[in-house]
Design a protein around this ligand. Structure first.
Ligand code: TNX
Length: 772
């Protein structure tokens, strides 16, 4: 009996032991290390754990561990002390390894006895410590002591090194001011994910945020605005919030932030915008404009005509400003903006026209180029290099300027081909002010659609370049423009967790990227964010709905989530989905009518997503090939036309992802059916929002093709009719069997005199093409 009990107990103990042994080690490291070899067992941190610097390791390496030590102290109550007596157990040993390739490279080996780190420079040791921090339980991020946790890290061997030397995150503190504390937290988050550049956008139309001692009005006047527009730029009528807002950083505060960043191996690139986006500076010193002002610090978002004049006094002023900026920031780069500079004032300014004559400049683009080159030369004399947005390519690129490619990647490609350095930050993947979910419940954003997967999928090395030109791509950056992020919580919501995808694209070579693995690391990071008290988006768990062509039924609806392994339950009868609703197992077949899909995502029986509710206007155009062509035969416009037939009607404000936008010559849109279809109604649905230069076409002519070759007109609809019908053009016919339909779009053209944007070309916004 006794024996039996004993055997039973051993068996049980063995079972428990083997169970815990068999429990797989997890490694949720973002960015994922270049090479990770998992092994069994764990290293446990306790009161006796010490840090030991091996021979030849510089004493400053100790500082690379300050965050890890602080976390262990705060959350775990453990004091890790540096100790020089050689020990072989319960110790973190740092070794100098000069054979490692990059300053960030490190090797980290964890066994139950000890942790060994090799690096060439303090940055490598710092990144090894950040990896250790991520290997510790999530609670290590808590602001106070957490008890009942085993503070262990899983055994493994990591060899790590980044693909890019420039791994940046930008923050616009002009449209909405961020406190010193927020900026520091931001830098903490940059460092956690092994990013190394903070691009600090310090001046813009809506606020000047850096103290310049020689020109005190820049902050006395320029750092505050009396009113701010409410809602979206495209809303009509314009509503205002009349609260005075603003703020700026003193030079002492800036120094504090620079030092704070340096401790975390983050370099700050300050941006002083010129010649455009200058209203706040011009409100302070109107003498540096072409007209002389007066101006108010701007309360609207957008692009404004009053820019720095190219008179000599302006250059003196800007050089004085840059003297102070260059004196403050130790980094090698200063960003001088250069984007979105309208030329209308220069065209009518005597001084600017004189300048063009004197310098032999052919047009105002060359004048902008002159401006940038002059600044480059001046800063070069101070040992600084310039960065500018891709507009600095227009009119001729300054010899050694680094280009930030934001309007797609073409600017970056062109600059690399010219032998200039490039930072890729294309809006379609790297703009965190764009929507991250299509749920209508999302807080207002500027427009666009950049979900987590899209950030992750971004391929930083464009195929168009040769191997030799690749060296000019220094790296990538995501931008956080804050027009639609009035609060700190809102900014956090837009940044986290998309910044994790940025970090991994910046760190890992393309071939090592793996969305499935990455997305399985996200919940752990989110838990860390919770401990840190950061706000983050739940878009990861929310439902994404798409119409997809289906060979048999013509069309099906696909539901998915960014998060892996989720269960989706849905209804199509208008009722609210519950945990008992039908389980989604694959495309939902849909027929030729309207369908309302409501869905939720679940994990372990718990509802994880906000409710999804989308009406699809299912029709014969859905899922068919669509070709949008301008007069020159280019397929253009946003998404190449794909969202014209997604069965989702556009919502206002304009600019959301559900609109197709186009500004160009007259165009045609053709739908090629996969098999002949019987049709009797065609609808072209556009927006007619004249307050933002958006006009329904002047005319739409509808064509059908029965043989797939020749087209025949079946009628047309004029602008006035569309304007009276909410932008919709509709044609009905007796039933016809057709292979193709085509719509010839005559653009509205130049905006009339008495309207907003007079003289500019109109833009076209189309949400949907419907065929019944
Ligand atoms: C364009 S990106 C801008 C910014 C806006 C941003 C909004 C760039 C160089 N200029 O001024 O904030 O779009 O997405």
């Amino acid at each position: 009996m006794r024996l039996k009990k004993y055997t039973y107990l051993t068996a049980l103990l063995f079972l428990i032991a083997s169970f815990s042994f068999a429990q797989k080690n997890e490694y949720n490291i973002i960015p994922a290390p270049l090479n990770l070899k998992p092994s069994k067992g764990i290293f446990i941190f306790n009161e006796g754990t010490s840090l030991q610097l091996g021979k030849g390791v510089s004493p400053e390496v100790k500082n690379a561990f300050f965050i890890l030590k602080d976390r262990l102290n705060t959350a775990a109550g453990l004091m890790i002390t540096a100790n020089n007596t050689a020990r072989s157990k319960n110790v973190i040993i740092c070794r100098q390894n000069n054979s490692l390739e990059k300053k960030e490279s490190y090797i980290l080996s964890i066994t139950p006895d000890k942790i060994e780190i090799e690096a060439r420079e303090p940055a490598g040791f710092f990144y090894a410590a950040q990896t250790l921090r991520q290997l510790l339980p999530e609670a290590i991020e808590n602001k106070d002591r957490v008890s009942d946790i085993k503070w262990s890290v899983p055994c493994c061997r990591i060899e790590d090194s980044p693909v890019f030397s420039y791994r940046g995150l930008h923050l616009d503190v002009c449209r909405n001011f961020a406190s010193l504390d927020e900026v520091k937290t931001y830098i903490d988050q940059i460092a956690l994910l092994k990013l190394n550049i903070f691009h600090w956008h310090l001046t813009d139309d809506q606020g000047w945020r850096i103290e310049i001692r020689k020109y005190p009005k820049l902050t006395e006047v320029g750092a505050f605005r009396d009113r701010t527009m409410k809602g979206h730029h495209n809303d009509y009528p314009r509503l205002w919030d009349n609260t005075r807002t603003g703020g700026y950083y003193t030079q002492e505060e800036i120094k504090e932030v620079i030092a704070y960043a340096a401790e975390r191996f983050v370099t700050i690139i300050p941006e002083i915008e010129m010649p455009g986006h200058a209203t706040a500076a011009l409100a302070s010193y109107p003498e540096y404009s072409c007209s002389g002002g007066p101006f108010d610090v701007e309360g609207r978002w957008g692009v404004f005509n009053d820019v720095f004049c190219t008179r000599e006094e302006t250059f003196d002023f800007l050089e004085d400003v840059l003297d102070e900026v260059a004196g403050l920031f130790p980094g090698e780069y200063i960003h001088i903006g250069g984007d979105e500079c309208p030329k209308v004032r220069w065209k009518r300014c005597h001084a600017c026209q004189e300048r063009m004559k004197e310098e032999g400049l052919n047009d105002e683009h060359e004048l902008q180029s002159y401006f940038v080159r002059r600044m480059e030369k001046y800063l070069k004399g101070k040992g600084k290099k310039i960065i500018g947005w891709d507009e600095i390519l227009e009119g001729g690129l300054a010899p050694a300027a680094t280009v930030m490619s934001w309007r797609g990647i073409a600017g970056g490609i062109a600059a690399a081909r010219q032998g200039n350095d490039v930072i890729m930050t294309p809006s379609e993947a790297m703009y965190f002010d764009f929507y991250q979910s299509r749920l209508p419940s999302q807080p207002l954003a500027i427009g666009g659609y950049v979900p987590l997967e899209k950030v992750y999928a971004y391929k930083a090395m464009p195929d168009e370049l040769t191997k030799d030109q690749y060296k000019h791509i220094l790296g990538i950056q995501a931008n956080v423009w804050t027009e639609y992020m009035p609060t700190r919580a809102q900014r956090e919501y837009m940044i986290f967790p998309r910044v994790a995808a940025l970090a991994e694209v910046a760190w890992l070579p393309e071939a090592k990227k793996d969305y499935k693995r990455f997305s399985s690391d996200i919940p752990s990071l989110m838990q860390r964010y919770s401990y840190m008290g950061l706000n983050y988006s739940d878009a990861f768990y929310s439902i994404i709905g798409n119409t997809v062509p289906d060979r048999e039924t013509g069309l099906k609806l696909e539901l998915s989530t960014s998060a892996p392994g989720m269960q989706i339950r849905y209804t199509v009868d208008g009722t609210e989905p519950t945990i008992a609703s039908p389980l989604y197992t694959g495309g939902i077949p849909v027929s030729d009518k309207e369908i309302v899909v409501k869905a939720i995502s679940l994990k372990d029986g718990k509802i994880m997503s906000p409710p999804y509710n989308q009406t699809f206007i299912v029709n014969k155009a859905a899922g068919q090939q669509i070709i949008f062509e301008d007069a020159e035969g280019n397929i253009s416009g946003q998404n190449g036309g794909g969202n014209l037939t997604d069965c989702i009607m556009g919502k206002f404000p304009l600019g959301r992802f559900d609109w197709f936008s186009y500004a160009g010559s007259d165009a045609t849109v053709t739908i090629v059916f996969n098999k002949p279809k019987m049709i009797s109604e065609l609808i072209f649905s556009s927006a007619n929002q004249n307050n933002v230069y958006v006009y329904s076409p002047r005319n739409i002519e509808f064509f059908i093709s029965e043989d797939g070759d020749t087209f025949r007109s079946i009628g047309n609809v004029k602008h006035e009719q569309m304007a009276a019908a909410d932008g919709k053009a509709k044609i009905t016919t007796s039933p016809l069997t057709v292979k193709k339909v085509k719509m010839a779009i005559s653009m509205y053209g130049v905006v009339p005199k008495d309207k907003v944007g007079a003289g500019n070309p109109s833009a076209l916004f189309v949400d949907e093409i419907i065929v019944r």
